[in-house]
Design a protein around this ligand. Structure first.
Ligand SMILES: Nc1nc2c(ncn2[C@@H]2O[C@H](COP(=O)(O)OP(=O)(O)O)[C@@H](O)[C@H]2O)c(=O)[nH]1
Ligand SMILES: [Mg+2]
Length: 225
């Protein structure tokens, strides 16, 4: 089979498993976010800060993907919620099967929120549906404001963009308005948060938004009950 045909088959199979996951997340009322960015934009630290701000009784779990090492899982586990590392052994993205397999280790547990840190990369993770409710793309101010134009897929498919490391703005030539405009050229409805995981700027707004999404997700269930 030629390469394109093989790729198509793999993606079809991924979509099938992702659809099963989405169905299961809907039945179990689990809100699922899939975080995508280049390596080093701050996904893990952003998730650490997010977990720290959640009420201790929130049923939240985290899956974190990397090509190698369980460093991120160890960082995230310190906050005290269940965390699993998915090591892809070379693959540049997580796929739906990997999520399914990891979730089997938590069989019988139900979560209100599942946060997935994808492998650091703005290209491959974009093509693989994980059954998430939304993709969230992080862009840090050290990466350049043109990245939405260079990697449109990641920004087109994400409903939220986190502009991270705003504490570094005094030291890097990065124009926030241009970055916002570029993201909105690709995806006019993208919601944007500006954050610093070191100073904490912008995190209260993000945390409030997240709590609202969780409350809305609970409400949907009671409306259907
Ligand atoms: N100055 C600054 N550094 C940050 C911020 N967020 C993350 N970092 C640092 O950026 C580096 C990469 O962060 P990490 O969370 O590992 O990124 P990941 O590869 O996307 O998971 C680490 O040294 C973090 O401490 C931020 O908002 N401001
Ligand atoms: Mg990480």
């Amino acid at each position: 089979m030629e390469r394109v045909a093989v790729e198509k088959k793999v993606l079809n199979e991924n979509d099938r498993v992702a659809a099963e996951l989405r169905q299961r997340f809907a039945e179990e009322n689990t809100l699922v976010f899939n975080f995508i960015s280049s390596p080093g934009s701050g996904k893990t630290l952003f998730l650490e800060r997010t977990l720290e701000a959640l009420p201790q009784d929130t049923r939240v779990a985290v899956l974190t993907g990397d090509v190698q090492t369980d460093n991120d899982a160890r960082r995230l586990a310190r906050v005290g919620f269940p965390v699993q590392q998915i090591t892809t052994a070379g693959a540049c993205h997580l796929d739906a099967r990997m999520i399914n397999k990891a979730l089997a280790a938590w069989a019988g547990q139900r979560f209100d929120l599942l946060l997935i840190e994808n492998v650091g990369n703005l290209v491959c993770p974009t093509s693989y549906d994980l059954g998430e409710e939304r993709k969230i793309v992080l862009l840090s101010v050290t990466e350049g404001e043109d990245k939405p134009l260079k990697y449109p897929g990641a920004f087109f498919k994400s409903k939220v963009m986190i502009l991270n490391k705003v504490d570094l703005l005094p030291y890097v030539p990065f124009d926030m308005q241009t970055a916002r405009d570029n993201a909105r050229r690709i995806n006019p409805n993208i919601e944007i948060f500006e954050t610093s995981c070191t100073s904490g700027n912008g995190l209260p707004e993000w945390n409030a938004w997240l709590r609202l999404q969780l409350a809305l997700n609970q409400k949907e269930v009671s409306a259907h009950a």
